[in-house]
Design a protein around this ligand. Structure first.
Ligand SMILES: [Zn+2]
Length: 235
């Protein structure tokens, strides 16, 4: 940022148009960015005794691919978190992804299993989808996690090779078929996978089918274990 921008342009702009919360339009204080504390604190927290977490955990356990999951919030229809995820995915407000990642990072730093992961992997988007959106939203969540935990991000080891249709209109069986064989290990960096623990990061997890499909490829390529973290779990 130029000195002109930082010390002259931005303060004048902020005086005329004070930054407001993207969700509730309240004027933000200097320590707040994009979303006010009151909206952010309104998200429903999720921990490992929440029914939605337990249900997803038992789904993952049944497949024996993912070792453990960690999530911060419940994704509720019409809730404030849904608006935040919408800003991140469809309106280009990447900084809220970093903020969500920081929340995940704080939970990881007090969890020995997760803190020991070797790499963060944002769930890859197909290159056409990524070109369409301009970025991978999960990568910004990873940036927030990495800021807190220092776990490096790896975006090259696994690619999404199948352009899958949106999962939202599909039932569970259809979802599994839709994402089956959707991911491939990048042969050029296959050697990086051997013996490593990967933490796959997603914005919202619904059935876990996409994650399982990605995790399966990493295990088949010699990964030692797969952990999963998300900003939210959908009911
Ligand atoms: Zn607000």
């Amino acid at each position: 940022m130029s000195i002109f921008r930082r010390y002259i342009f931005n303060p004048i702009r902020d005086f005329i148009y004070p930054p407001v919360c993207f969700i509730c339009n309240q004027v933000l204080s200097d320590s707040q960015s994009r979303v006010c504390f009151s909206c952010w604190n309104n998200f429903t927290p999720v921990n490992s005794n929440h029914p939605t977490w337990l249900e997803l955990k038992s789904k993952f356990d049944a497949e024996s691919i993912v070792k453990d999951i960690l999530s911060c919030y419940l994704f509720e229809k019409e809730g404030k978190l849904q608006e935040v995820i919408h800003l991140l995915k469809y309106r280009g407000v990447k900084s809220v992804g970093i903020m969500l990642g920081e929340d995940i990072g704080r939970k990881i730093s007090v969890n020995n299993l997760f803190a020991g992961a070797d790499y963060l992997i944002p769930v890859p988007l197909h290159k056409l989808k990524q070109r369409e959106r301009g970025y991978n939203q999960s990568e910004f969540i990873c940036k927030g996690i990495s800021k807190i935990t220092d776990i490096p991000i790896n975006t090259t080891v696994v690619n999404r090779t199948k352009y899958t249709q949106s999962q939202t209109q599909l039932n569970l069986v259809e979802r599994k078929e839709n994402v089956g064989d959707a991911f491939k290990i990048n042969e050029k960096v296959r050697h990086l996978v051997q013996g490593k623990t990967f933490l796959i990061v997603d914005d919202v997890i619904t059935t876990g089918a996409t994650i399982n499909s990605c995790a399966k490829e990493l295990l088949a390529a010699g990964a030692s274990s797969i952990l999963v973290a998300s900003a939210a779990l959908a009911q």
